[in-house]
Structures are given as structure tokens and as C-alpha cells.
Design a protein around this ligand. Structure first.
Ligand SMILES: O=C(O)C(=O)[C@H](O)CO
Ligand SMILES: [Mg+2]
Length: 270
């Protein structure tokens, strides 16, 4: 059975962020992920994890000016110093949270620039981040994201991500395979799991229904089937990572809306 982690940036929206740890544990989760922890003290978050018996399995590096529309800095020439400072900050959080996966967002292709022209900057930034992360046993993850949600995002396809991982050439760089984005951009999701999971280069999965990004049992993807594929391939190749539940509960911020939407998970937990 896949192991499922609650994404606390999206689940339990009716609760204050620090209270979501307890809610996730009460719903039977043993692990969590979230996007950005930086407005919270790392020690306070570590205490929430410990107090609720939870493991932190993933979070994101600083994305640049998120409210101003930025979605990462890794591909942006001229932002290297800020990128490196952000990785330093993220790794300090990773240490305190005991987290071994860091998602580094690629960033947007600036207007009037070609994606390929940004590749050297992206590769060199990721290589630097990976070497820093390796010093504390952290894996750096890169995630293809669909361009409907994030227009002009640098990284959209699984094949592009795996090509870049090979070019970066560091053992601790892996792909965060978000099946929601994968279905929107390219489809053929089960075949892609079978193609990429055995390579050892998939570090984490994330799931959500398509197209609304609600619970996995809402929408066009058959997750019961896909979880069986992950199970089957994992057994063959010895993969033992996590599946992040990164969706917006269909019942929105209604009290207990997240918990009531977890029916899809019943009987599926490792
Ligand atoms: O949007 C996603 O799918 C993510 O996983 C990012 O971390 C946030 O954009
Ligand atoms: Mg994702």
C-alpha cells in the first residue's frame, strides 16, 4: 500500500496552520508535507510534529516573491545569490524538521525569453543546491507543473524533468511526480509510473482529482487503479516513498470537510 502524507497547505483549510498537524494525526496520517514553513518558527513546527507523532516528508524552498506572482527562482539568471540564500534557509528548516526532501520550484520563463536559454542557469543552480543538500542527507526534488495553473512555468513534463535530472548529474536529485499535473499536461499516467518509478529517480508522488484538484475520487482519473500500479511497481523495484495528498477538499473550509472527504483513503493505508 502506498504511504500517504497530508499536505497541510491545502487540507484542513478551516483550521489555522499550526492546528492542522493535530487534525491530520486524528485522521490517521503519520506524515505531512506543506509548501512554505517560513512564517513559522522551525522549532514550533518540530514540536507540532513530535507532539502528534508525525513525520515531515517534504516542503518547498523559498519561491521568491510568491504574492507578486513568482513561483521559484531556479531558472532565473541574475537571481543566483537569492536562490542560494533561500536554499540555505530551507536546509536550516529541514534540519530542525528532520525532513529529507526539499522541493525546489523552477520559476517562470520571463516574457520574451526562450525556455532553452534558461537551462544552464537552472542546471547550475540545481547542482549547487543538490551539493549543499547532500551535506545533510537531503534529496532535492523538481516538479513538472501544468501551465493552466501556472502559466509559463519552466518545467511541465516528466521527460523534461528526467532529462534535467540526468544533466544535473547529482545522485540526490529526484522528480516529484504529481499525477494531477501529469494528467493535465500529458496523460497516460499509469504508463508514466511504470516508465519512471523503476529508474530510482522518482522521489515523491502527489495526487489530486482532475480537473478540479479535489479529492482523488472526484474527477477523471481512476486513482484506485493508479495506487495499485504504484504498489505493484514499488514491490518490483523496492520504492518506499510517500504519496502527498495535495488537493483542495471539495467541501472547502466547512468544519470537518477534509475528514469527511477522506473516504477514498479507507482501506488504502499502509
Ligand atoms: O503545485 C504543486 O503541485 C506543488 O507541489 C507545489 O509545491 C506548489 O506549487
Ligand atoms: Mg504538486
Amino acid at each position: 500500500m502506498p504511504r500517504f502524507a497530508a499536505n497541510l497547505s491545502m487540507l484542513y483549510p478551516e483550521l489555522a496552520f499550526p492546528d492542522r498537524f493535530q487534525a491530520a494525526a486524528a485522521d490517521g496520517f503519520r506524515a505531512v508535507e506543506f509548501l512554505f514553513p517560513y512564517e513559522w518558527d522551525a522549532r514550533e513546527l518540530a514540536a507540532r510534529l513530535k507532539g502528534n507523532g508525525l513525520e515531515q516528508v517534504l516542503f518547498n524552498g523559498p519561491p521568491g516573491d510568491w504574492n507578486g506572482g513568482e513561483r521559484g527562482m531556479a531558472c532565473l539568471p541574475g537571481r543566483e545569490a537569492e536562490f542560494r540564500a533561500g536554499i540555505g534557509k530551507a536546509l536550516a528548516y529541514a534540519e530542525v524538521l528532520g525532513c529529507s526532501r526539499l522541493h525546489v520550484m523552477a520559476g517562470l520563463v520571463p516574457q520574451a525569453q526562450e525556455r532553452d536559454a534558461l537551462r544552464p542557469t537552472y542546471v547550475s543552480n540545481l547542482r549547487w543546491a543538490a551539493r549543499e543538500a547532500a551535506k545533510q542527507g537531503v534529496n532535492v526534488l523538481i516538479e513538472p507543473i501544468n501551465t493552466r495553473d501556472i502559466p509559463r512555468f519552466f518545467l511541465n513534463r516528466q521527460d523534461h524533468a528526467h532529462e534535467l535530472v540526468a544533466e544535473i548529474g547529482e545522485a540526490n536529485v529526484q522528480v516529484q511526480m504529481d499525477l494531477y499535473h501529469c494528467q493535465i499536461v500529458e496523460g497516460d499516467v499509469a504508463s508514466k509510473i511504470r516508465q519512471y518509478l523503476p529508474t530510482g529517480r522518482v522521489g515523491h508522488f502527489q495526487v489530486a482529482g482532475v480537473p478540479e484538484r479535489h479529492e482523488p475520487d472526484v474527477g477523471e482519473l481512476n486513482y484506485a487503479y493508479l495506487f495499485d500500479v504504484i504498489d505493484e511497481v514499488s514491490k518490483d523495484c523496492g520504492w518506499s516513498g510517500w504519496v502527498g495528498c495535495e488537493y483542495r477538499p471539495a467541501r472547502g473550509a466547512q468544519p470537518r470537510g477534509t475528514s469527511e472527504g477522506l473516504g477514498w483513503l479507507r482501506g488504502r493505508r499502509a
